[in-house]
Design a protein around this ligand. Structure first.
Ligand SMILES: N[C@@H]1[C@@H](O)[C@H](O)[C@@H](COP(=O)(O)O)O[C@@H]1O
Length: 251
């Protein structure tokens, strides 16, 4: 695991976009794993900007999103389907039929999880997975305590996660209680992973992640055992890292 330290959120977004665009140019039929949340917003904006300036093509790219709320329709403004269309897909030349997001309205949700997991395999697995990190260390919606062997599954969202995500809803009650998420084993099968962390609100979890053990209590800690993980984090997110850990990880 290597950590690239950047000055601020702007630089983080530029760097992340650059690495994704690089992957797309090198392998135009790449399978990308995508995340939602606030952190990746400007990365997507930078990708759109590059598309408009340089016409990088996504025609043969396939994408798999990490997660989706259960019970929100694709056109609900807080669904991750809506988020992805709104911030990325509608601006680039990717055919919508090549963009996959778990269906949180499926009649048979456990079956949907199995289908989604299989589909990733049928597409050859994920070349590059983008991750954000929750303040409790969650990746996707894999909350603390999730088995490292988990594949795509249903989760009950932690109160802290619902509270954190309630900023996008009009009230906490409106935040769905459950979601479908790729599992930790699903994420770990990706050939390359980039995790993004920005701002002071991620400083505590970043120090726990970099200084602590590999433990299911901090789902992101498993990334330390993956052969190709890059963390892009800004100074604020790395502000609580001790000197020794800095030497080990930070470039
Ligand atoms: N399911 C998402 C995650 O995929 C995301 O990475 C994380 C961090 O979000 P943010 O970037 O808004 O801090 O929280 C959400 O719960």
């Amino acid at each position: 695991m290597r950590v690239i330290e950047v000055n601020d959120y702007y630089e983080l977004s530029q760097k992340a976009a650059e690495m994704i665009i690089d992957q797309v140019r090198k392998k135009p039929d790449s399978v990308l794993g995508l995340a939602t949340g606030e952190t990746v917003l400007e990365t997507y904006a930078a990708i759109v900007n590059d598309y408009q300036q340089n016409q990088t093509s996504y025609r043969h790219i396939r994408t798999f999103n990490l997660d989706e709320y259960i019970g929100l329709a694709a056109d609900h403004p807080n669904s991750y389907h809506y988020y992805m269309n709104e911030h990325l897909f509608r601006f680039i030349d990717i055919p919508m039929s090549q963009t996959y997001i778990p269906n949180g309205l499926a009649d048979d949700i456990p079956e949907e999880c199995i289908r989604y997991e299989k589909l990733i395999g049928q597409c050859g697995g994920i070349d590059l997975q983008i991750l954000g990190i929750g303040r409790n260390g969650h990746i996707g919606f894999n909350e603390p305590g999730t088995s490292f062997d988990s594949t795509t599954h249903v989760v009950e969202l932690a109160h802290s996660t619902r509270k954190a995500n309630s900023r996008f809803f009009s009230s906490l009650e409106e935040v769905p209680t459950h979601a479908i998420t790729m599992g930790i084993a699903t994420i770990m099968k990706s050939r390359q992973i980039i995790l993004l962390a920005s701002g002071e609100r991620k400083a505590h979890i970043m120090s726990q992640l970099l200084e602590g053990e590999v433990t299911p209590n901090i789902p992101a800690s498993i990334l330390k055992t993956h052969p190709n993980v890059t963390i892009i984090a800004d100074k604020e997110a790395l502000s609580l890292i001790g000197k020794e850990q800095r030497k080990v990880y930070v470039q």
